[in-house]
Design a protein around this ligand. Structure first.
Ligand code: HEC
Length: 184
């Protein structure tokens, strides 16, 4: 994780989070030298910004979702093989069984073809006040080159995406998340 850019907003969020019991996320093998306040500059809610953010913060060196491996078997609609990365904010929330993700949490899921070719990258980014009806998740889907994937109607897949929300809200009790429990 780069330490050069610190968002004051994210720092404050994390101070608040840590103060109310966020666990030290000193998990085995993750030798990040900075505490959980080290969030690279906060992206705005555009697909281009989140893509630039995850690239500049080197997301492929983030932790994978605890308990998951790289290239695990996925379900429709996401693809045969998935790798799901979480940033430090998201990791701390999972490890402390926080119930929901705090603002600043970023989840990046790579969808691979059966031959392990990267097919798409999806993200979920928690932004305070962004979308109260759907737990403040900002969604994106990218082609492997980072450009935004498009819905059948041509709409770029970034934002408050009904197609993503409608399925993910089946997990409303788990903050819209499928991959692992937020409470245990
Ligand atoms: C029909 C249901 C469905 C739709 C539609 C859907 N997802 Fe998912 N999503 C899942 C499931 C199921 C998982 C768990 C991984 C797996 O097994 O495939 C998942 C996992 C994820 C994850 C990893 C975090 C988590 O929830 O576990 C991200 C990120 C994600 N989806 C993004 C998106 C985006 C972005 C869209 C819209 C472009 C989308 N999803 C549309 C069902 C769906």
């Amino acid at each position: 994780m780069k330490t050069g850019f610190r968002s004051i907003v994210f720092g404050l969020t994390l101070v608040a989070f840590t103060a109310c019991g966020g666990e030290d996320h000193d998990d085995a093998g993750h030798d990040d030298d900075a505490p959980a306040v080290a969030m690279a500059s906060a992206p705005d809610t555009s697909g281009a910004a989140i893509w630039a953010h995850i690239q500049s913060s080197d997301y492929q060196n983030w932790n994978v979702w605890p308990g998951m491996t790289k290239l695990y078997q996925g379900n429709q609609p996401h693809g045969m093989l998935l790798t799901t990365y979480v940033n430090d904010v998201a990791l701390a929330a999972i490890q402390s069984h926080a119930g929901t993700m705090p603002a600043g949490a970023v989840i990046v899921k790579e969808n691979y073809m059966p031959d392990s070719t990267l097919a798409a990258v999806t993200t979920m980014f928690k932004v305070a006040g962004y979308n109260a009806d759907h737990s403040d998740w900002f969604f994106t889907k990218h082609n492997p080159d980072g450009s935004l994937a498009a819905a059948p109607n041509g709409m770029a897949l970034e934002g408050r995406l009904p197609g993503c929300q409608s399925c993910h809200m089946a997990k409303v009790d788990n903050d819209y998340l499928y991959t692992g429990s937020m409470t245990e």
